[in-house]
Design a protein around this ligand. Sequence first.
Ligand code: 5GP
Length: 199
Amino acid sequence: MRKGKTFIIAGPSGVGKGTIIKKLFEGRSDLYFSVSATTRPPRPGEVDGVDYHFITREQFVEWINRNAFLEHAEFVGNLYGTPKKYVDEAMERGQDVILDIEVQGAEQVHRQRPEVVRIFIAPPSWAELERRLTTRGTEDPEKVQKRLSRSREEFLLARYYDYLVINNDLEKAVEEIRAIMAAEHCRAGERYDEIAPAL
Ligand code: 5GP
């Protein structure tokens, strides 16, 4: 059976990664969303075990000590990490895994697994990003400013990604990501090994 691939969706807070990912999953059972653990408190409407595993700092440290994370990083005062086990199990089942993570985490995963595909989602403009972060209303103004300055730092790394998608139009962004995923599954080297024995 074909093994799944890991796709990292990185990019600034507020750029719309969550919305893009929700749309990407519509009608797709061959995809697996990696639910991260975080010490950030839940936002209204967020569900434990679905959006994140909401855990305490003590629990987070315990997961680190158990080597349970594929990567973990601090982002604007909170800790976030990707549980390793579920990612590997999903790929073994043949599902493609989507990681919604920030850039430090993306670097850690890439260092361990150079075959992962890194997609950076950029906003159409900084003004638009600020508007989205402010109107979302989930963070206080100080946190919004911290997230914005962090966004500019993250963007400096975008040129080193495998793909850069601009979230100007949601449908188009999702379509581009679907195209990237399809193309990655047509890479000759891997595909040859998959099909050659049966031909
Ligand atoms: P938020 O607090 O807005 O949900 O997430 C803040 C940032 O943390 C986002 O850029 C999000 O992609 C990132 N993030 C979410 N989960 C993880 C994770 O498991 N690891 C890392 N490194 N970043 C994450």
